[in-house]
Write a protein that binds this ligand. Structure first.
Ligand SMILES: Cc1cc2nc3c(=O)[nH]c(=O)nc-3n(C[C@H](O)[C@H](O)[C@H](O)COP(=O)(O)OP(=O)(O)OC[C@H]3O[C@@H](n4cnc5c(N)ncnc54)[C@H](O)[C@@H]3O)c2cc1C
Length: 467
């Protein structure tokens, strides 16, 4: 006898678990199927959470050696206990994944452990780790199976010396030299972790700039900053092979446009060239769910080409971000329940949790130029912000792009201290259709880093007061 639900969600990551909880809140009988032993998906287990635990710990360690003495805090002989740092990271992950279990119980979501496979629309077979299987029936099935690491042809990831982000979150020893393949967010965040702990870090990037898609001015400043911190960049270059020697790795690097190559010796290679949608073993072909050539499940208002089967999060189009998956999970549940659901893809913030942080929302200057939209720019540096100055943390700036005619904010791009927490203000302003003038006329507490946003907004109208 199949178990019957209103909704079965396949995948317990930020997309899946939020979808399941919201649907249960709306009165549905919901099951969430997850292969992993713990809930939370990539984000909680091997992504956002463990990486931020290590970024936070290593940033404090670095500050202890650099900023503390300048503030009169003499933390002599500060040492790293890598095992303890990893233990803290693991405990954070454990606590938060258990938290999702608690939320499922609280909201009456049934958690089913095992691999989910579509047998037909509305029928999902779940095979547990012991091989036993059961069939679930539901009016609606949401696929939230997420993404997996993208590999490099001919380079085998062993998660010890040649690692993906997952291995880079669990190294047992600080590498002498880490080569990061890919100058994107994940490579730069994890490169930062190990550089702060003492590794030499070389980033090999195929394109001529790091962080593709970022506002070019921010990207340039970001690269300059990382270079000052000791990062070595090989841009316009590609890794073609990694040879494993007894005590070292030899990385073959060639110019992307051809020419003489070079060998780089290191002890760890981090492959961070991106992630790809994960749909293996879902049975999509059997039920006729269409997949793009790159493996994404296309949707319209979260519904796939098959009625009653939906897809959300990394497995479908859009930025591969936990909060985008979460938003889609909530909206999909609401729409399935027959209420209004909504995701504003023009206002999805994005943060790089290095130091300084990078945070952006909305259109870049390049995108506005390409779209032929006339815009004004307001910019304010953290060197002129009182709070940043007393904190001795003044690197970076805030840039606001507003429509030249209507003054409506079209994009906010920041590099600087704590901008990851500040981007929420910009997102709310944009969600409410604010003009730069609206932000400029909003009282901002003094002394805070957020005053930088206000001054940048004043700058859109060429009337910055504090510089
Ligand atoms: C190192 C790293 C750092 C990151 N940092 C950030 C960050 O700071 N901020 C941010 O927004 N994003 C970050 N991300 C990206 C973020 O983790 C993903 O965008 C997010 O987890 C996507 O959520 P999801 O629910 O779509 O998929 P996932 O989190 O990947 O969850 C999918 C789940 O489905 C399960 N599953 C798959 N197939 C089946 C099946 N057939 N049956 C049962 N279960 C199945 C998987 O086991 C997995 O647990 C990071 C990613 C990495 C790798």
């Amino acid at each position: 006898m199949p178990d019957t639900f209103d909704l079965v969600v396949i995948g317990g990551g930020p997309g899946g678990y939020n979808c399941a909880i919201r649907a249960a809140q709306l009165g549905m009988n919901v099951a969430c199927v997850e292969t992993r032993a713990t809930l939370g998906g990539t984000c909680l287990n091997v992504g956002c959470i463990p990486s931020k635990a290590l970024l936070h710990a290593t940033e404090i360690y670095q500050s202890a050696n650099t900023i503390f003495p300048k503030l009169g805090v003499m933390a002599e002989d500060v040492k790293v206990d890598l095992a303890a740092m990893m233990k803290h990271k693991d405990a954070s992950v454990e606590g938060l994944t258990k938290g999702i279990e608690f939320l499922f119980k609280k909201n009456g979501v049934t958690h089913i452990s095992g691999h989910g496979k579509l047998l037909a629309p509305g029928r999902v077979e779940v095979t547990a780790t012991d091989g036993l299987s059961r069939v679930l029936e539901a009016d609606h099935v949401v696929i939230a199976s997420g993404s997996e690491v993208m590999g490099l042809a001919g380079i085998e990831i062993d998660e010890e010396r040649i690692v993906s982000s997952t291995g880079a979150l669990a190294l047992k020893k600080v590498p002498d030299h880490m080569v990061v393949v890919g100058g994107g967010v994940i490579g730069l965040e994890l490169g930062s972790v190990w550089r702060r702990l003492g590794s030499k870090v070389t980033v090999v990037e195929f394109l001529d700039a790091i962080t593709p898609g970022l506002d070019a001015e921010i990207s340039k400043q970001f690269q300059r900053t990382l270079k000052k911190q000791g990062f070595v960049f090989k841009l316009g270059s590609k890794v073609t092979a990694v040879e494993k020697k007894k005590n070292a790795l030899s990385v073959s690097v060639e110019p992307a446009k051809g020419g003489a190559g070079q060998e780089i010796a290191c002890d760890v290679v981090l492959v961070a060239i991106g992630r790809k949608p994960f749909t293996q073993g879902l049975g999509l072909e059997d039920v006729g769910v269409v997949v793009t050539p790159r493996g994404f499940i296309p949707t319209e208002e979260f519904q796939t080409n098959i009625e009653g089967i939906y897809a959300i999060g990394d497995v479908t189009h859009g930025p591969m971000l936990a909060h985008k998956a979460e938003d889609e999970g909530m909206a999909a549940a609401e729409m399935i329940a027959g209420t209004a659901g909504h995701v504003n893809y023009d206002v999805i913030p994005s943060v790089i949790y290095t130091h300084p942080e990078v945070a952006t929302v909305g259109k870049t200057e390049e995108e506005l130029k390409e779209a032929g939209i006339a815009y004004k720019v307001g910019k304010f540096p953290f060197t002129a912000n009182a709070r940043a100055r007393v904190n001795l943390d003044t690197e970076g700036f805030v840039k606001i792009l507003a429509d030249a005619e209507t003054d409506r904010v079209l994009g906010v791009h920041m590099i600087g201290p704590e901008v990851g927490n500040m981007i929420g203000e910009a997102a709310i302003a944009m969600e409410f259709g604010a003009s730069a003038e609206d932000i400029a006329r909003t009282c901002h507490a003094h002394p805070t880093l957020t005053e930088t946003i206000r001054q940048a907004a004043l700058g859109v109208d060429d009337r910055i007061m504090q510089m």
